[in-house]
Unconditional design. Structure first.
Length: 268
């Protein structure tokens, strides 16, 4: 049968409230303010409406969802945890579980809080902050059936940030720093896989495939020898981290399935 297939929900691109005046600042705040790329802005406003899209997941033929718990929302300033935001994520996880969905939580995705700095993955003092964040989420989301992915895009953080210049910190060809960042990220993942709170619930191996990938590629991915397979994304979203496509679209204020029949048949 292959690995369980989960559809992703990537907070920065869909929730709203990030990198807007008076909102939550992330590593994309400077370039958003300078107009260097489209802003996520209000996005799809799903922060208060996650339940609406979760209600449609069961009909898609996937096993569940991979939800990104956005670090910048949970800890918008260093050492200041937003307990209300944290409780809301717990509520969203519970809503998905109540619908019989498998849930995996992404601890660090492509976006991080602005207070970590643009060069976060090179800075030694960032490492214990990552560990503290991961432990906080693991100790808060206590359902033992919920799994964790430590870094959803570990290699991409290095490649896009330090070699291609297409994401923070917007460096191009910085090979020496890319090597250093990759080493720090690898050490962090290894440490958290050994952590008593995070490690036992960590997904061993995974693969991500885009919703708009050729059906043959999706079929091959489903046969891959991984613990979980992620389809990106349930909702396309807005801003620099938006997905290439989504399975749902908002129409007249409500959400509906918006995917080709052959794709939906391939998910079953």
């Amino acid at each position: 049968m292959g690995a369980p297939l989960l559809i992703t929900l990537e907070g920065y691109a869909i929730e709203g409230g990030f990198d807007v005046p008076g909102g939550i600042a992330t590593c994309y705040a400077p370039t958003t303010a300078l107009g260097r790329h489209p802003a996520a802005g209000a996005a799809d406003g799903l922060w208060g409406r996650y339940e609406e899209v979760l209600a449609l997941v069961g009909a898609l033929g996937v096993a569940g969802v991979r939800l990104t718990v956005e670090w910048a929302r949970v800890e918008p300033r260093a050492g200041e945890v937003d307990e209300v935001a944290l409780a809301r994520y717990v509520e969203i996880v519970a809503a998905a579980r109540a619908r019989g969905l498998r849930v995996t939580v992404a601890l660090v995705d492509a976006v991080w809080p602005s207070w970590l700095g643009m060069e976060a993955w090179l800075l030694p003092w960032v490492a214990p902050r990552v560990v503290d964040h991961a432990r906080l989420i693991a100790r808060t989301i206590t359902d033992p059936e919920v799994r964790f992915v430590i870094f959803t895009q570990r290699d991409s953080l290095v490649r896009r940030g330090f070699l291609e210049g297409s994401a923070p910190p917007w460096r191009r060809g910085a090979r020496r720093d890319a090597t250093a960042a990759a080493a720090q990220l690898a050490r962090l993942e290894e440490e958290l896989r050994r952590d008593r709170d995070v490690g036992p619930r960590t997904v061993a191996t995974f693969r991500t495939v885009e919703v708009n990938a050729p059906l043959a590629d999706i079929a091959r991915s489903r046969r891959a020898d991984v613990s979980e397979l992620y389809l990106r994304s349930l909702v396309r979203g807005h801003g620099p981290t938006r997905a290439a496509a989504g399975l749902l679209a908002e129409v007249d204020g409500g959400w509906r399935v918006n995917a080709p029949d052959d794709l939906l048949a391939a998910l079953v």
